[in-house]
Design a protein around this ligand. Sequence first.
Ligand code: PHE
Ligand code: ZN
Length: 850
Amino acid sequence: MMKDASPQTIHLADYTPFGWTVRDVHLTVKLSPRATRVVARIHFAPRGDAPAQDFFLHGEELTLLRAAIDGAEVTPEITPQGLTCPVPDGPFLWESEVEIAPADNTALEGLYMSNGMYCTQCEAEGFRKITYYPDRPDVMATFTVRIEGDEPVKLSNGNPADSGAGWAEWHDPWPKPAYLFALVAGDLRNHPGSFTTKSGKEVELNIWVRPGDEGKCAFGMEALKKSMTWDEEVYGREYDLDIFNVVAVDDFNMGAMENKGLNIFNSSCVLASPETSTDANFERIEAIIAHEYFHNWTGNRITCRDWFQLCLKEGLTVYRDSQFTSDMRSAEVKRISDVIALRARQFPEDQGPLAHPVRPESFQEINNFYTATVYEKGAEVIGMLKRLVGDEEYYKALDLYFERHDGDAATIEDWIRVFEDATGRDLSQFKRWYSQAGTPRLSVSEDFSEGTYTLTFRQTTPPTPGQPDKAPQVLPIAVGLLNPNGHEVVPTTVLEMTEAEQSFTFEGLSAKPVPSILRGFSAPVVLERDSAPEERAFLLAHDTDAFNRWESSRDLARDCLVAMVTEGAAPDTAWLDGLERVIRDDTLDPAFRALMMGGPTQSETAQVLHERGHVPDPDAIWDAHESLRQAMAERWQDLLPALAEEARVTEAYRPDAAQSGKRALGSAVLALQTRLDGGKAAEAQFASADNMTLQLSALACLVQAGRDEAALRAFHDQWQDDRLVMDKWFALQIAATTPDKAPERTAALTEHPAFDWTNPNRFRSVLGALAMHHTGFHAKDGRGYKLLADWLIKLDAKNPQTTARMCSAFQTWKRYDADRQALMKAQLERIAARPGLSPDTGEMVSRLLS
Ligand code: PHE
Ligand code: ZN
């Protein structure tokens, strides 16, 4: 069932519309694990405005049983990618019947089975594994779906139309592309709810789960209702069907999917209970529920013309879900967390062999472009746009976008034009954010004379694959100025930088101010500024911008760690003093103080070393982090018990921002305490914990302290029947262990009877945890690399998508020393040489090696 051996590159510039429109689609799906029949009746009509072309329908891994045009049997010509067939000049009815085997579908794309339940995943190009169809997002049609089978619950998109013994029919009145098609059938239980839209329409809500999981739906349901209200209030967007269904599935390649009226979720992204989910899980679930719901307008009502435009729906929807989380929780904490994630996931991508523009211009396998660049940098680009035009103009532009493009399959050009028309701005230079890859470097110099303060900025963007030269981009640089007493004399002002080098002046200042630059991380750049440590300490103490307050401490931490790694320096006590004042300040949000205590991860230190021209040495980084944490613990020995006390939650568990902030502070404290007491406090917390957040943070400390045997056994015995908690059990033992043990522990866990490696969550919880253990993965002798490569090769035969995504573990390989480079390259070459390698993984490995 291999695809064509020679991979084809698809180019944005080659876009041509499909030659026909589809009036409607009628599907009858007769379910059977190894012989599902799909009968399709589709009305096509030629489109006058499309270039002449052969009639081609996508189809992969289908057995065609019969085909007819206007009732007369036809014999199409079939290739591994689809079929062609002579068709009449005018409108016609296409009928086909195919057979597929969902129980054998381990790729989890198309129609597949998970724990006896049927479900589908069609984005991006999965519908072609269900029936022959023009499987492209610009072909939109209404769907009527009849499902036949004994399963008690049978769901598809839109509204329920009719049902009887052994069948159910659904009708979706909104024209949609095939990637939004979904079907679910099985023995499912629902958690019901309802919502009244602002215009008074009643919507039935359901979260469908496996029997036994009913108790884990309430939080997702509340998040859904909050999302529906928020989208009405903030964007004026109402829901548009009588029913909204959410289904939890255990086997799923991604987080969740926005199928029209029938969102399908990885069970890890919707099921929640205090006993089994951490605060971080709750927050993530709330955000993903919102994200998928928001897609109903940004993605479904307005979709993408082609897959190059993916950021049109994803960048915007990520931006919207981040606004939602900021409104539901703390905006400052959300911003800091988003920047941490951007630097951890997107910066390495943008600075290595996988770098690509937010809107790529070519690809082989679209599944490989669901990336941090398209999603997270795509959202940053929208944030910049909003910063440049201002809030009011932003919402004006969005109103125009919905009004003008409702029902369209749109492009980035359409999106930009809406902003130009709504605001009167020329955005042609801004548009480079969509076409130029790479993280811009921004450097600053300053000058003060006679009351005039001048900031001069320089921007350059390093070359990326296929893009040696870069033009200057539009950078919104949010700046505030503080006087030497720590008072803000110039509040946040957005400077609009458009040139490679540009100066901005501030007049009428009585003394040289201290600048707070790139407040709120107003543009996704690397800010290069050699300011004195005293100035950073000053901002840490006085900045009114919470992000930059955090950032100044982070900068000091980075400098400190770089000095420790490269010069064997001791921890910077001046910084630790400044940090201590913030941590002690109980007027500040505990969540913010917990973030301040956290410090850079080891991968971040590696990233910073690389940005500053050093070759990162993972073992030296480990040692530096260890001694820094140890120094913190010893220094704050007397402070920790008081903080632990402050972090204690006495009320009943709630996963809200206030309580989770306290617990975050508590677990940062516990991690330091464990270095002093060898795990005594952690043991006590583990024994008394009545929620997963406390239980897991205690267990992490015990693993770190090497005092974990009994606790791991107890945790296993308590949770062995809960797949999502067991994922945590697997991941934690690797994540929290010492580098020398990480590869061995990973290898041992792959032998564990509960290591069901065909389940993507479980695979990621073990091999993904190894890839994220910086020093463990980069073990000098290469055993971490080899272990991951062994498993990627094994998984590729079953699930190319998840394998290809995980290849990005190697994306930083060129940063390391020659020996490690050679070891990683050898593993990549070994994967590449594998006979029968999937095109997905093949593309990733060849980009990594290029
Ligand atoms: N479109 C989904 C989302 O962003 C992600 C996804 C992509 C899921 C491809 C499955 C397959 O919400
Ligand atoms: Zn999305």
